[in-house]
Design a binder for this molecule. Structure first.
Ligand SMILES: Cc1ncc(COP(=O)(O)O)c(C=O)c1O
Length: 439
């Protein structure tokens, strides 16, 4: 099928997410390999966002493809009440890889379902109802976790589920809790403790955080925040749930992002990088105290495709590739290379407000004037961003533009030459934004 027919039929007969389908202009993708995507006619794009920050090991890895094929030929499906070899092997491997006492796993089909089940587990375990979540967050598109989500994707889904208390992040969009990391951490946690007291600690089951916030701005926590937060929540018997759907599995230069803060949460949720998106899979990992509770008490959660053998086989292979081929280390190393290019972009382009990255999880932030005002206000738009998006697409770079930012999240197998190739295109694109700089 050629690109034209592919686009016509896809937009005629299928709905596109987060879009008015009549207005989308999808890229036609026939195949993908490593860090590159190809159209049916052979046009090549550098995948600068690992699709949805999820194809961590890169596209088309033969070991994962073979593992899926072998599993399909042996046992494509067994209902969730059964034991299978692949379930045994993956669960044991995850228990080895997750630090602390996170040794028990509940499998889902993606990140939202992992968070939905974490929400259930936290409420059932504590017997409490309320959940704290933060404004600059995304936790998935199903009803419960969309209610946790702070970003504007929540608005059309309201009224939301009851019992959610939303709080400010340590790094809000315009407000600042302080100028140093220490100040931000101390002030944010003081404010949070006051909220906990107002709400009644005995009513709060858990707090959900993206350990490193993803689509809402690639925000690593300020120094001391994770440890301080864990201690504060422990004081009130509130569980900490780290949503590592996007930031887990090497994206930040460590296998799990909470390892940067030297903590272990009570519950972790993972998806995306778990299979590098070769098959749909999410997982909720729980600490021993929670797992032991559900050895005696029913866990009221289930899915027809819970622990689907083909998805688990993809995960087992993808995780081994990630580790054996040292892609977590590469993420940390290439993150430094990427930072160098970002610095260069800031020196060269007056429209660059700043940049940040942790491993291969990064973005460039744009501004409209020398007062450092963001190019786009919270949840706003600017015509130059559409122009920039088209430029990247035409020039062979696939990435996401979010409000004032250019996302920089290539697969963790990326090399220095490919990073340079990406920044060569970004460099030319930023000249378009410089043209609308107001001075
Ligand atoms: C941090 C985070 N949590 C949860 C989700 C939802 O995952 P899924 O789309 O697999 O349901 C996402 C998806 O982007 C995410 O980034």
């Amino acid at each position: 099928m050629d690109s034209k027919e592919m686009i016509e039929l896809c937009t005629k007969h299928s709905l596109f997410s987060w879009s008015a389908t009549g207005k989308v202009d999808p890229m036609p993708i026939a195949r993908a390999e490593g860090v590159y995507l190809y159209s049916p006619e052979g046009k090549r794009w550098l995948d600068w966002n690992s699709q949805l920050m999820s194809v961590n090991i890169g596209h088309g890895h033969p070991k994962v493809i073979k593992a899926i094929q072998d599993q399909a030929a042996t046992l494509a499906y067994a209902y969730p009440g059964m034991a299978t070899e692949v379930r045994a092997r993956l669960s044991k491997r995850l228990a080895e890889l997750l630090p602390g006492d996170i040794n028990t796993f509940f499998y889902t089909l993606g990140g939202a379902e992992a968070n939905e089940n974490a929400l259930k587990a936290a409420r059932l375990f504590t017997g409490r109802h309320k959940i704290i979540a933060r404004y600059r967050s995304y936790h998935g598109a199903t009803h419960g976790v969309m209610s946790l989500t702070g970003d504007p994707r929540r608005w059309p889904n309201e009224p939301a589920m009851s019992g959610i208390v939303r709080v400010m992040d340590p790094e809000p969009y315009d407000y600042s809790f302080g100028s140093t990391d220490e100040e931000k951490t101390a002030n944010n946690l003081t404010y949070l403790e006051e909220v906990i007291r107002y709400e009644g600690p005995h009513t709060i089951a858990a707090m959900f955080i993206e350990t490193v916030t993803g689509t809402n701005g690639i925000l690593a926590p300020p120094k001391g925040y994770l440890q301080g937060l864990k201690k504060l929540l422990e004081k009130y018997g509130i569980l900490l749930v780290c949503d590592e759907v996007m930031c887990g599995f090497g994206r930040t230069g460590k296998l799990f992002a909470f390892q940067h803060g030297d903590i272990v949460p009570d519950i972790v949720t993972l998806a995306k990088g778990l299979t590098s998106s070769y098959m749909p899979l999410g997982v909720m990992g729980v600490s021993d105290k929670i797992a032991n509770h559900f050895r005696e008490n029913v866990f009221f959660g289930g899915l027809t495709y819970n622990a689907h053998p083909m998805c688990l086989a993809a995960a087992l292979a993808a995780v081994e590739v990630l580790i054996d081929e040292k892609m977590v280390e590469n993420s940390a190393k290439m993150g430094e290379v990427m930072r160098g290019h970002m610095e260069r972009m800031q020196q060269k382009h007056k429209s660059v407000r700043g940049h940040r990255n942790i491993g291969l999880f990064g973005l460039i932030d744009l501004r409209k004037n020398s007062k450092n005002e963001r190019l786009v206000p919270y949840a706003g738009a600017h015509p130059v961003m559409a122009k920039l998006g088209k430029f990247f697409k035409d020039e062979g770079l696939f990435t996401m533009l979010q409000w004032s930012t250019v996302m920089c999240n290539p697969p963790l197998c990326v090399n220095e030459a490919q990073i340079a190739e990406g920044f060569e295109i970004i460099d030319r694109g930023l000249s378009l934004v410089d043209e609308v700089f107001e001075g």
